[in-house]
Design a protein. Sequence first.
Lengths: 152, 101
Amino acid sequence: MKNSGNPKEKMLAVLLILLILGVVMGAILSKASLSYVERQARRQGRLDSSIVRGVWNAFVGMYTLGTIIICMNLMLLLGLLGAYIQSYRRTKSSFLLGLIMFLGVLVAQSLLSLPILHVSVGTVLYRSNIFTILPNLFETIALIILFYLSME
Amino acid sequence: MHAVKRLLWWLLAGSVGGFNRGRILEVLLRNPSNAHELSQVLKLDYKTVRHHIEVLEKNRLITSMGADYGKVYFPSDLLEEHVDYFNEIWGKIGKKEIRRK
């Protein structure tokens, strides 16, 4: 069981891959859902006025950014969950079971805060301003710290 | 939960390299060694050993004497004082890991 390579470099590589996967997943998810909503709105002639157009553009920006940040969080959470489940299967420690449940709740929280869910329930519920996405951004920072400590 | 017990749970079970850290502590509790000796005894890559030593040292579980490559590592007073916690946790997780391998 000889391990090669620097563990820190490996950890940074995995972290980077997870973040990139999150960005790609978020971009695809927001692009697909937005193009559907935009098609519907155009057909109904709702995007004709320039004021509505401006509001729409601001909404698109925040919606995309929000989805990307939450997808990054989801990927980090899934990476952590994978590592903890693997360790739990090896050790059967109740400490790890607690950590798995903790992460499971956070996965549910992230899924529930995805903008696509808010929009599918009713656009009014998703507030497209910076304060909607700021808490998720702080969650990303917190998860990066937890990821670093867990992979050490 | 006692602070040192929580720290040991985290460093041995809560993070990915925990099992190898447990093996390093197990060796050092029996016999203080340098990084090269540890990598030979545990059949681990030298860089991996150095990484785990760094983590254990910055968490004050081991201390060192000497300089550079000859630096000898041994259990800190903190670990010696709470060695029962280490044995308890390592007894739960270490044996299962070894049986699996």
